[in-house]
Design a protein around this ligand. Structure first.
Ligand code: FAD
Length: 594
């Protein structure tokens, strides 16, 4: 039964001409196989609104809030049985450059040129050039970034004034790792880059939401939306976009437990349907690296890509995602993984590949670190880092200060994912036995195939790696990967062990076992490629023209961030900003005839 969580929807409207015309798209090109809508010919609309929002996460509800002004009737259609999407699982932080809280309450300046250069550098590093026009980017991508800088603070402040939620700088807690005299816990992930003139203060969350941010954010958005009269239907799997004879979008069709439903959007439709992490075929074909799972809810299967490409939408950023590492065995048992590794805890800890060698600083922020799994060895024709081995000593395992977060279980708690051995050779042998047991298991686009095994000499190499790491820890300097050399690695990397007056992110391993290991695989928070949208949230046709009446925001569209995760809140900042903007512009569209 489809749940109408508010009142009954508006009355049925004839749509015979829509159905007759459902073979055309914006720009006049014929819509190949336009289909489900045409098959339903002869029925009337099941409901009508000015703006239909598809999806029930943060971007979608920001769109609903943006649209629901001045009496605009808004209908939200969510595929799952409840609203919230991946957003409700999240920390609920949003990254907003030059926001009003940092400016007014803390006197932090965030000038535009360096902020845009920072975003451009991280989003498109292969073409970035600070001296070149548009920082070396194509004009369109640069303008999107520039618009985001302009719009984001305005949107968040408008939401605050309207009473949606108030914002504060995330986690203003004292820390022992004060930098530049500022005693805050959240430096930017890329605070060390010369372009970063505001390394603290861009990450916001709703006031009072520390620790439960995603739920608070969704509650704020959904409560406000409902108060504005927005209607919300769940169990609505939108499968098709309807167009009129001019190629304008005039509705959507959904599969529901009660059969197919056709909904009329008088002005426009906004999609906020998340990424495609949970669609194996799309991940296999589009994504840059092999992943074993992701945090996206199971309903995030990239449906918007299927629908929008039928209308001739241009696709962008398909190879990228907001990447994160997972405990491999969790991802193998359920590709919609709730837990993930941010910056992992533990000072006497290394992460190695199947040869027993480190491949990155273990404290690198998640989006960067995960990409170490994607390295292709051209000589051996293999992904040597596909599965990584998170190895730590028993002191870390039993120290409540060290073992405080994923993937290490709290002291005294047993986890089926922890492999232990009294010595390094015994640990290696137990790891191999575990891999043998997992052999043949397949995940999103990773599998435990014959190559996922420890290389000959793994145990000796691991012992040498630990020996070398111990000497780095004693020096306080990691000459290989610079562990602990950036503010975020120190700030989020775990507490400083008593007696360690050097680099708090490293400490020599205990001389005797037991030692422990957890298998780690690459994954996503969700993907962030899809139809390309302009700064107003309008979906662009391959011709470059907007598809009239069609908008998108959040992880279902090509992200303004390119390959970057700018910092904490780097997905919801753009998602909420662009969702609100898209909703507002959708509401301002002229009514379309059917
Ligand atoms: C533990 C965790 C912590 C995180 N913390 C943060 C953080 O603090 N800050 C941050 O920026 N990001 C964070 N993220 C990432 C963030 O949650 C997502 O990137 C963000 O929520 C995506 O929002 P969205 O609205 O685009 O998609 P979602 O929130 O995933 O919403 C998409 C919705 O669309 C629905 N849908 C899909 N297809 C259809 C269809 N065909 N018809 C109808 N409905 C459909 C889905 O069911 C879903 O409800 C975190 C993620 C996790 C897992």
């Amino acid at each position: 039964m489809a749940a109408d969580t508010t009142q009954p929807l508006d009355s049925k409207v004839s749509r015979r001409s829509l159905l007759a015309a459902a073979g055309a798209v914006a720009g006049g090109a014929a819509l190949a196989g336009a289909p489900r809508v045409a098959r339903a010919a002869g029925r009337s609309f099941d409901a009508e609104a000015d703006v239909i929002v598809v999806g029930g996460g943060g971007a979608a509800f920001a769109a609903a809030v943006g649209a629901a002004q001045g009496g605009t009737r808004v209908l939200v259609l969510e595929k799952a049985a409840a609203i919230g999407g991946t957003t409700a699982r999240s920390g609920g932080a949003y990254w907003i450059p030059n926001n009003h809280v940092m400016r007014r309450e803390h006197g932090i300046r965030d000038p535009k040129d360096p902020a845009v250069a920072l975003m451009a550098r991280l989003a498109f590093p292969s073409v970035y050039d600070p001296e070149a026009p548009f920082n070396g980017l194509d004009q369109f991508s640069h303008e999107l970034i520039s618009s985001f800088y302009d719009l984001a603070p305005v949107v968040i402040e408008r939401m605050e004034r309207a009473g949606v939620f108030r914002s504060e700088i995330a986690a203003l807690l004292p820390t022992q790792n004060a930098t530049d005299g500022i005693d805050w816990t959240h430096p930017e992930y890329h605070a060390e880059l010369p372009e970063n003139k505001a390394p603290y203060g861009r990450t916001l969350h709703p006031v009072g939401s520390e620790g439960g941010g995603g739920g608070s954010l969704m509650t704020g958005l959904a409560t406000f939306a409902r108060r504005q009269g927005v209607r919300v239907l769940t169990n609505q799997h939108v499968v098709q976009i309807a167009t009129n004879s001019k190629g304008e979008v005039v509705g959507v069709q959904a599969q529901t437990p009660d059969g197919e439903r056709l909904y009329r959007a008088k002005r426009a439709v906004v999609f906020g349907t998340g990424g495609f992490t949970q669609d194996r075929s799309k991940v296999m074909n589009y994504l840059r690296g092999p992943i074993f799972g992701g945090c996206a809810v199971p309903t995030n299967t990239g449906d918007f890509i299927d629908m929008a490409t039928q209308l001739g939408a241009r696709l962008g950023n398909m190879r990228n995602g907001f990447f994160v590492q997972h405990v491999l065995e969790q991802a193998l048992s359920n590709s919609s993984v709730v837990d993930d590794l941010w910056i992992p805890p533990g000072d006497a800890m290394v992460m190695v590949n199947r040869y027993g060698v480190r491949v990155a600083s273990e404290k690198t922020p998640y989006n960067e670190h995960t990409q170490s799994h994607f390295v292709w060895d051209t000589t051996r024709s293999e992904y040597p880092n596909l599965v990584q081995f998170f190895v730590y000593d028993d002191v870390v395992a039993n120290d409540p200060m060290q073992a405080y977060g994923m993937p290490i279980p709290a002291p005294g708690r047993r986890s089926p994912f922890v492999i232990s051995g009294q010595t390094i050779p015994e640990l290696a042998s137990n790891i191999q036995q575990r891999l043998d047991r997992l052999r043949g298991r397949v995940a999103v686009n990773g599998a435990i195939g014959p190559d996922v095994k420890l290389a000959d000499g793994f145990a000796d190499n691991l012992a040498r790696t630990i020996e070398r790491f111990n000497s780095y820890a004693r020096d306080g300097r990691d000459p290989e990967f610079g562990r602990g050399s950036t503010p975020i690695q120190v700030s989020w990397g775990g507490p400083r062990r008593r007696g360690n007056d050097k680099n708090p992110s490293m400490y020599p391993f205990a001389g005797s076992g037991p030692y422990h290991c957890i298998l780690i695989g690459g994954g996503t928070l969700d993907t962030n490629g899809g139809p390309v949208v302009d700064a107003n949230g309008r979906v662009l046709h391959v011709s470059g023209q907007p598809i009239r009446g069609l908008y998108g925001a959040g992880n279902c569209v090509a992200s303004v961030a390119g390959q970057a995760y700018w910092s904490a809140g780097g997905t919801l900042g753009p998602g909420i900003t662009n969702g609100f903007t898209a909703g507002e512009n959708a509401a301002g569209e002229a009514e379309k005839e059917v």
